[in-house]
Design a protein around this ligand. Structure first.
Ligand SMILES: [Ca+2]
Ligand SMILES: [Ca+2]
Ligand SMILES: [Ca+2]
Length: 748
């Protein structure tokens, strides 16, 4: 039973993740091996059989060609586009670029006769390409590739997003063709990818691939166990298991297969069992074994409740596991066991369910740890399970093969155009809260009056009204008709950044916008405001100086120079305790360090794209019970390619339940609290120390959360890659050319 639920789950995940190029290639190579095997088995056949044999050899050549082109599609320099969705029109525009890329690729063939293409008005047609060196002779096995965009005929159900690839194999005088359709697609394909070391804290679970594209930064990924500190006995068992895995396990996935002929007997001798019956022994088995009192392979809420306090040992942990693998579309049915109040195999706990690709090599990482007398496994806890047939962790991967994240890949102009006067008529409204729409905010927009006498105005007593609007309204009225009001503008705030961190970088004096509703507003550089209990609808755009310069005035991309730029003073000298203002700081005037406290943000937040990551100058913090509930644009929640983002509380990580849909692009991002990512996190700023998901103590710098569980719990986070979400416009990314193996077809 358990096997079959696990298998069902795998099938479901496979369906969800789609048919990858890897699977298609496995399929194709199997077909090819079959063909070659049949050829080998048939070499002594009769004359009529020889025709069959030659046909099979020709078909084998054709399949080799299809497999070869599929591989070339992944390796060649594919065209880029800033379009988020590949529509038929976008695809049609990409075809000439694909043709050029493939031609360039074919020009690199070793055999001169195989280089270049056969001229054709519609299709790209290769020269005959020999399957192997011995078949270079005219009668040997060879293939010709024909690539042609759909539609192929009037009424073709497929449009220009699809390419028909036909490979014709020839052996002696016999030819066979095979065809397959390929889809032009554009996806990030990572739950998290970036240029900064990744830290996965307590109750942080990732579903989807992870990539870290910069070598020489350690640890490239750091993951801590979700099951420690629940109970001293369990913690001791986990420590014992970690040491056992370190001693005997090959690889870094922290899972011992019960089918491994060397490791399984050792695990058995050491007393470790596959408690949940999924054929692997990992931390979850120890966790299950400890709390599953009635041994039904499930942990109920009651089994996970401390009888002495009546509270769960860790309600966040329980809820996160129970909510793994959520439906990723509005029409997808919930999986069995989803949020049913029981933890069992249907929830299929993994710390990371997806492949981890790292630019660092395992040797370099281990060498880096040697002086601390540690190894990689000391920094990577919890089970890691990639998709079928993949390695759990790939080391030493070139950044271009992961995702070459560059800040200049991101153009946020399309977001900017949806804010300020470009989005519509600028409006302000008085009422129970001040509303501001389609406006470039000014510091004076934080000044609010509360009406005490309405006079000849349309205001009601008690209304909140923007001071500039109130003054203008009154100016047009006679003395007897004038309204009166109390100025309720909040005092400026002076606070350390990051807010609540014991490792703060600077001090800011901020105008405070309180209890206001914004829609499609643009926040100009130098604002450095605190938004308290405000609502943001539509798009919110944050402006910054984009030209970050060195002391000699040269434009820089260097984050260290970005830090120097941030600290540049007009008067006095910089210190983390000196309150920065318009008067004393250049970084204050040119940048934008914002804090959003107890705000509700109902649409994407995007920023300008400065040339360098500046650490604190360009920064956005989302604190208190700030919630992201993006109703306006499901492609992106944050697009801030060179901005530092801090989300959640340093002192109370259970606050601020947010769902971040679509892409989250940041120079660097730390997320605490109770958040869900339904899309992809992309981190561009290689100047940041690390990108921290979940609780890592009040300084955030610690890699070992030795502090006790804070009041209210550790918080929790689930990061789920969602392949169904289209990307926003403005990310200049190469397209993918993805085989659809269901379209495989033999014959002309
Ligand atoms: Ca197991
Ligand atoms: Ca049980
Ligand atoms: Ca469940």
């Amino acid at each position: 039973m358990i096997r079959s639920t696990a298998a069902n789950r795998l099938l479901r995940i496979r369906r969800r993740r789609g048919l990858t190029a890897m699977m298609a290639m496995i399929f194709l190579s199997m077909a090819s091996i079959l063909a070659l095997g049949m050829y080998a088995a048939s070499t002594t056949a009769t004359a009529s059989a020889r025709n069959i044999v030659e046909g099979e050899r020709a078909r084998g050549a054709a399949e080799s060609g299809l497999r070869w082109v599929s591989w070339r599609f992944t390796k060649m320099n594919r065209p880029r586009t800033t379009a988020g969705a590949i529509t038929p029109a976008v695809a049609a525009g990409l075809w000439p670029g694909i043709k050029t890329s493939l031609t360039t690729d074919l020009n690199t063939m070793l055999q001169p006769a195989e280089r270049g293409i056969v001229p054709d008005a519609v299709a790209l047609i290769s020269k005959p390409i020999a399957v192997d060196a011995t078949s270079a002779a005219v009668t040997g096995a060879r293939f010709v590739i024909n690539v042609r965009p759909h539609p192929l005929f009037t009424g073709d159900p497929l449009d220009a997003r699809y390419l028909r690839v036909t490979s014709t194999g020839t052996y002696r005088t016999v030819s066979r063709s095979v065809s397959m359709d390929f889809l032009l697609d554009k996806k990030i394909r990572y739950a998290m990818v970036g240029k900064v070391p990744i830290q996965l804290g307590r109750n942080v679970m990732v579903e989807g691939p992870i990539g870290m594209t910069v070598p020489g930064k350690y640890p490239p990924i750091y993951a801590i166990s979700d099951f420690r500190s629940l109970n001293p006995t369990l913690t001791n068992r986990l420590t014992g298991f970690d040491n056992f895995v370190k001693a005997i396990h090959r690889g870094y996935d922290n899972r011992i297969s019960v089918n491994d002929p060397e490791e399984a007997p050792l695990a058995k001798d050491a007393g470790y069992t596959d408690a949940n019956g999924d054929s692997f022994i990992d931390e979850y088995d120890l966790f299950l074994d400890f709390f599953d009192k009635d041994k039904d392979k499930a942990i109920t809420a009651k089994e996970f409740t401390d009888p002495s306090t009546g509270k769960m040992y860790d309600a966040d942990l329980f809820a996160t596991i129970d909510a793994l693998s959520p439906p990723l579309t509005t029409t997808e049915a919930q999986r069995l066991g989803y949020r049913d109040g029981i933890i069992d195999n249907r929830d299929a706990y993994m710390k990371v369910r997806g492949q981890i690709s790292l630019a660092a090599s395992s040797a370099d990482w281990n060498a880096n740890l040697k002086s601390q007398n540690k190894v990689i496994q000391d920094q990577l806890d919890g089970p890691i399970s990639p998709a079928d047939g993949e390695l759990p962790i790939r080391f030493g991967v070139p950044s271009g093969e992961i995702l070459d994240v560059q800040p200049n890949m991101f153009d946020t102009a399309s977001f900017k155009a949806r804010t300020g006067p470009e989005a519509g008529t600028t409006k302000t409204r008085a009422g129970t809260a001040v509303e501001i729409e389609n406006k470039v905010l000014a510091p004076t927009d934080s000044q609010v009056m509360r009406v005490t006498v309405k006079g000849g105005t349309a205001y009601n007593v008690g209304d909140y009204v923007l001071k500039t609007e109130f003054d203008a309204t009154n100016a047009a009225l006679s003395t007897a008709q004038k309204a009166t009001a109390t100025n309720v503008t909040p005092a400026n705030a002076t606070e350390k950044v990051p807010f609540g961190s014991t490792a703060y970088q600077a001090t800011y004096t901020r105008p405070v916008f309180r209890n206001m509703h914004f829609k499609n507003v643009r926040i100009p550089k130098g604002m450095n405001a605190l938004f308290d209990n405000c609502t943001f609808e539509g798009v919110t755009y944050v402006e910054m100086q984009t030209n970050i310069t060195t002391s000699s005035g040269a434009t820089t991309k260097d984050p260290n120079e970005g830090m120097n730029w941030s600290k540049k003073m007009k008067s006095g000298s910089f210190s983390a305790d000196t309150a920065l203002t318009t008067t004393n700081s250049y970084g204050y005037v040119e940048g934008n360090n914002l804090r959003f406290n107890n705000c509700t943000i109902k649409g994407p937040v995007a920023t300008d794209n400065p040339s360098a990551y500046t650490h604190f100058t360009n920064s956005m913090e989302f604190t208190g019970a700030t919630m992201f509930d993006n109703q306006a644009d499901q492609t992106a929640t944050i697009v801030a390619p060179q901005t530092n983002i801090e989300m959640g509380s340093f002192t109370d990580p259970s606050k601020a339940p947010s769902t971040l849909v679509g892409v989250v692009v940041a120079g660097n991002i730390d997320i605490r609290g109770s958040s869900k990512v339904d899309g992809s996190i992309i981190v561009t700023g290689d100047g940041a120390g690390s990108t921290t998901m979940g609780w890592f103590g009040a300084s955030d710098a610690a890699t070992e959360p030795t502090t006790a569980m804070p009041e209210g719990g550790w918080g929790r986070m689930s990061i789920v890659y969602n392949p169904n979400r289209p990307l926003p416009d403005g990310i200049n990314l190469a397209i993918d050319i993805v085989p659809n193996i269901d379209s495989y077809w033999e014959g002309k």
